[in-house]
Design a protein around this ligand. Sequence first.
Ligand code: DHB
Length: 393
Amino acid sequence: MTTTLRTRVAIIGAGPAGLLLAHLLDRAGIASVVIDRRSRDEIESTIRAGILEQGTVELLDTLGPHSRARTVGHRHDGIELRFEGEGHRIDFAETVGRAVWLYPQHEVLKDLIAARLAAGQDLRFGVTAEGVEDADTTRPRVRARDADGDVLEIEADVVVGSDGSRSVARAAVTGSSQGGFFREYPFAWFGILCEAPPSADELIYSNSPDGFALVSQRSPTVQRMYFQCAPDTDTAAYSEQQLWDELQKRVPGTELLRGPIFQRDVLRFRSFVAHELRRGRVALVGDAAHTVPPTGAKGMNLAIADVRLLAEALRRLLLEDDERAFDAYPERALARIWKAQHFSWWMTSLLHVAPDATAFDRRRQVGELRSVVDSAHGRAYLAEAYCGWPFDD
Ligand code: DHB
């Protein structure tokens, strides 16, 4: 059986980018349909990163009481860079007068989904996009299949691929499912969640001879921590005691508060930017368009920044018949994307120990860390990027 649906904007992927886009379009009076192959429960329970830029929080404020970023999340006015056993605070308030919020991505997703459902959004879980057709016409189409195997065709004025790093929409834009600038790294992060209170008030990004570690947080009772590992590390390779030993030796000077570890994962490091972000009436946002390594927590924030631009471009295209902002979307989005690519790469190389690092490389790296923390300009550079570059709109 085939069902055909007609809407103005077909959005593939109910991640932060797709859901926020649907919300912003709705505020402008533009109808959309959002599909995602995952169940609502899977979307709301997958643990991802936890830092929101100030601009992200401000955009989420438009959800009204549905956004709990300011009430359940925590504002952080700085981070600590630690190296050679000493901590150096980067004070966001003092350097750039901005802040970040610690509020996990899956909580953002719960807020967005609740807001969309309350607004009567056509939001379909368990529907898998199989392809996007007719990108070069004014009636692009998404071909999808629901959980029962029935075909769903969505005809729209515009199709948006917000369907993550394994995007189906990307092929319609770049001509292949890969199609991009790509870089891999010789390390990954071993992440844990544990039942323990915070070991420190703020996040600690720690460089040590044994490799990098990040002491982050989730809530007053659950902590998130990561340490640098080889990309092919098996999550079962470490006992709980070995995990604590690995983490602790990389954060000298702070005694980590321990508790039962209830989740482990290995995060691969990749940098990717699609060769094209738009073709005809099909556009890509978020991880479908780009991936950054996790250091500096730019991934979700960058997706939200894409959506901010695209929502305005679609408003002008669909309500005012003005194509200019939609035509300019790739160029404008790419300016920020490449800044974030650079920042994520830079934070990564600043803090991690490459497997082939020489004694020279180690000393040079400490010199670079000192150049940042000893200089008001260095601290401000890092703080501005971390809190999110201001928008020019
Ligand atoms: C977290 C992840 C990051 O990549 C980061 O830079 C800071 C925090 C986190 O998951 O808490």
